[in-house]
Design a protein around this ligand. Structure first.
Ligand SMILES: [Zn+2]
Length: 478
């Protein structure tokens, strides 16, 4: 491979050359959300950062296998279900749907598996059993706990060398050997969902799910584990302790990819400050691709301060770039193919190619988007001045290809290059509407009309099938 990729690994605390275990495969586990409320812009930022990483890997010839979990049972979900007075299972359904919708809107690559805790209880229990059998965990009166003293490298990821900094889960202090042990399995409490286990009815602790589900889908050692910096302690520290103890592999994760938090005008986003911005609100306000471009313009490890000034300036940049690309694409088809470039044109051509090279190199350097964006906007000025004024075939083509390269990483101009995404969405929605109408017709026994709709859709390659009262559709050859 021509270009070497560098990323920062939190565990080693430095930028290191990226070398996956089994190239060209790269396994990625991203700590997803606990769906108890609407995903906010902080979640969106983390997802966009991982998306940039995945697109970068693909650009450099890797095949990524990326998985991201949903913690669909948790104290917050139970609390929320009581507040909303609904069955606890309805809470994750609602917010997972929202989360998937916003990540799709912002043009993120979908993950291959979105494992959920409640669908992996058996695997989680097996994992805990392994830890108990090997002596890394003990059974208390309120749960099964991981014995942190049995794991010699605890605190390395978060650089907490003092045991006094490890304290966690203080509500069950009396039941634990040490204040820093953490729950693998929590015994059943009244009014809470539970599953049976060899110890007592109950539910999994938080951290164990990621060790279990990443192993199930990605194997015993993973290339990249990502998540927000707020997860470093205790969540990721605990994941490492469990996984390395149970699996006997070190390092369990080869690269820890952590994404900085979002602040709002310098303040942390929090419920008490009332400054949480739901992801869809931001998308509707600024535009999905505008927001994506803005989020991509700060290095993934740095905190991102969300403020109107920065957003407006990034939106201006995005619009200017978009207008350049549209113009290039519009004029390209009408240009005569050059047989000759004069010295001046040759120089411009070389400059554009060099911007392309520099852009790729900046991204390869730990996704250095500040440098990449500087190059991008410099190239935009040059193209506006030297290419669009007196367009020549070779120069316009080099410019288009430069922006195409940028888009392979950023994914903010799919509409311009690959077109019609919005139109496809409208078509899908129209089919849904027809299907609703057809269901109503069937309910009222207007079978002739409902068959007519099915046949007409069939002629267009949209296959409609009925199972009992429910109907489904799919597009042939898709
Ligand atoms: Zn996790």
């Amino acid at each position: 491979m021509g270009v070497e990729l560098y990323i920062t690994d939190t565990l080693r605390g430095e930028k290191v050359k990226f070398e996956p275990l089994n190239p060209p495969i790269v396994t990625i586990y991203h700590c997803g959300i606990t769906p108890y409320n609407y995903s906010h812009i902080g979640h969106l930022r983390a997802e966009v950062a991982v998306d940039l990483l995945r697109r970068t890997l693909r650009y450099f010839g890797y095949i990524d296998i990326a998985v991201s979990n949903f913690t669909d049972i948790d104290d917050k979900i139970i609390r929320r279900s009581k507040e909303e007075k609904v069955n606890w299972e309805e809470i994750p359904e609602k917010y997972i749907k929202y989360h998937l919708e916003v990540t799709r809107k912002i043009n993120n690559l979908p993950f291959y598996v979105y494992p959920r805790v409640t669908k992996h209880i058996k695997e989680i229990i097996d994992f805990i059993k392994e830890l108990v059998d090997k002596g890394y965990a003990y059974v208390g009166k309120t749960g099964v706990y991981f014995d942190v003293d049995k794991y010699p490298y605890y605190g390395q990821l978060s650089r907490r060398t003092e045991k006094t900094l490890w304290e966690q889960e203080t509500d069950v202090l009396q039941d634990k050997k040490n204040s820093y042990d953490f729950a693998l399995w929590k015994f059943r409490k009244p009014d809470e969902p539970f599953w049976s286990s060899p110890w007592s009815e109950g539910r999994p602790g938080w951290h164990i799910e990621c060790s279990t589900m990443s192993t199930r889908y990605l194997g015993n050692q993973i290339d990249i584990h990502s998540g927000g910096t707020d997860l470093i302690f205790p969540h990721h520290e605990n994941e490492i302790a469990q996984s390395e103890s149970a699996l006997g592999i070190r390092p369990w994760v080869r690269y820890w990819f952590h994404i900085g938090m979002i602040t709002i005008k310098g303040e942390k986003m929090s419920k008490s400050l009332g400054n949480i911005i739901p992801a869809m609100d931001a998308i509707e306000r600024y535009g999905a691709m505008e927001l994506r471009y803005y989020m991509l313009s700060t290095h993934y490890r740095k905190p991102l301060d969300f403020n109107e000034e920065d957003i407006s300036s990034k939106i201006r940049e995005y619009k200017s770039l978009t207008s350049t690309i549209s113009t290039l694409l519009t004029i390209f088809g009408e240009l005569e193919i050059n047989g000759y470039l004069n010295d001046e044109e040759r120089e411009v051509f070389n400059k554009i190619i060099d911007y392309n090279r520099k852009f790729v190199m900046a991204i390869a350097d730990d996704l250095n988007v500040s440098e990449a964006n500087r190059i991008l906007n410099e190239a935009n000025s040059l193209i506006n001045k030297e290419v669009l004024q007196k367009p020549k075939y070779s120069l316009v083509l080099a410019s288009i290809n430069f922006f195409k390269t940028v888009n392979q990483f950023y994914g903010v101009w799919d509409n311009l290059f690959y077109g019609k995404r919005e139109n496809v969405e409208i078509v899908y929605k129209l089919i849904d509407i027809l299907m609703e109408v057809r269901s109503k017709l069937r309910e009222n026994k207007f079978y002739e009309l409902s068959d007519y709709i099915r046949n007409k859709l069939g002629e267009l390659g949209v296959i409609v099938s009925d199972k009992g009262k429910e109907s489904f559709w799919k597009i042939e050859k898709l």
